[in-house]
Write a protein that binds this ligand. Structure first.
Ligand SMILES: Nc1ncnc2c1ncn2[C@@H]1O[C@@H]2COP(=O)(O)O[C@H]3[C@@H](O)[C@H](n4cnc5c(N)ncnc54)O[C@@H]3COP(=O)(O)O[C@H]2[C@H]1O
Ligand SMILES: Nc1ncnc2c1ncn2[C@@H]1O[C@@H]2COP(=O)(O)O[C@H]3[C@@H](O)[C@H](n4cnc5c(N)ncnc54)O[C@@H]3COP(=O)(O)O[C@H]2[C@H]1O
Ligand SMILES: Nc1ncnc2c1ncn2[C@@H]1O[C@@H]2COP(=O)(O)O[C@H]3[C@@H](O)[C@H](n4cnc5c(N)ncnc54)O[C@@H]3COP(=O)(O)O[C@H]2[C@H]1O
Lengths: 109, 109, 109
């Protein structure tokens, strides 16, 4: 069994959740925050049998899309701050960041 | 060392937390949501020495119980939607869903 | 690749987040609760290449500090409850509790 931890954008969270239910995958959702943009996103925890892992990754890929986000950095990403006029910067946020871990043991009570 | 991730019902969360403290297990709690019922539940993260893992699983088993939950699906789980009258459905929610992962390294600062 | 799960005090969370961005580490934050003190803390999830793991641990160590916290236990930690007058107790809360897990596979979509 594998434990799949997928960080996705809030905008795709409900769509992914319905797609998982429809394909018979069980999941748990955690509200999370991005380290860089500091905006809300969603972390899914999904335990999946090894032979179903690739099917699960396809469901995640199909239901999560990357988007450009305009941010205005409060202070320069690097360098001096004199007479700094914040310029908007475009950042591409990926659809899903996925970590796959090995499950040593699985129990349900 | 193992990292135990246990998804339990909110109703058992405080009872399990006190039982863990009483048995000397350290834990961290995360608020989470079930993928299917979309209702709140709790995910415990518990780092435990290998030789104490079975004792921990017994504490989880004893303090988390399964319950039946009546849900009224908004739309049919499958099939057509014409003149659909939602019928309540009974779903059994388990006491705890437990993933046990191998910890490669543990540090405390 | 390793997945680093670090439980830190809320007081250090923003400082650690900025230090991670500055050193080029990507991270996701989860709001969490301590099992013993029941007060809020923060769990960071950080995927990191094997050769950068030690540099990451140094950033965590430098930006998270241990603090003493005074608690007044509601009921005795053990023993009888007759004529119990709660006495404040000092508990040292560490700067960071860090679990390092092996990542079997990493994907970004
Ligand atoms: N130091 C930096 N300089 C310039 N641009 C930067 C940057 N750090 C991040 N970005 C950009 O900002 C996007 C949002 O990052 P954030 O940390 O808010 O939100 C992240 C974070 O919550 C999570 N994530 C990504 N990589 C991670 C990792 N290695 N460990 C833990 N979480 C990660 O996935 C979300 C989306 O990541 P994604 O890479 O698609 O998209 C990232 C990336 O394109
Ligand atoms: N492999 C896995 N990976 C990650 N998290 C997992 C998981 N298996 C279970 N969980 C977590 O544990 C909760 C209880 O699951 P359980 O299987 O006991 O109880 C489940 C199950 O009896 C039922 N159920 C779940 N998915 C179903 C489906 N596609 N069709 C019919 N019944 C379903 O509804 C109950 C509540 O499910 P819900 O998703 O709200 O809440 C789930 C979910 O948060
Ligand atoms: N093995 C593990 N698995 C999962 N999470 C873990 C863990 N070890 C520590 N943590 C997390 O790290 C926080 C700080 O732990 P620390 O051991 O530095 O600092 C602890 C410790 O010094 C003390 N403490 C914890 N349990 C105790 C107990 N049963 N008896 C006496 N003191 C305890 O209270 C402080 C705060 O504990 P709290 O539970 O509120 O918050 C904990 C918990 O959220």
């Amino acid at each position: 069994m594998k434990l799949v931890m997928a960080v996705v954008q809030d905008k795709d969270s409900n769509r992914l959740q319905s797609a998982l239910v429809k394909s018979g995958f069980k999941a748990t959702k955690l509200a999370s925050t991005g380290g860089f943009l500091k905006s809300g996103n969603t972390t899914f925890i999904i335990g999946v049998d090894d032979e179903k892992k690739n099917e699960l990754l396809t469901v995640i890929k199909k239901n999560c899309q990357s988007r450009d986000q305009i941010i205005t950095p409060v202070s320069p990403m690097g360098g001096s701050t004199d007479a700094y006029i914040p310029q908007p910067v475009e950042v591409e946020v990926g659809g899903a960041t996925v970590f796959i871990l090995e499950v040593a043991e699985f129990k349900q009570y």
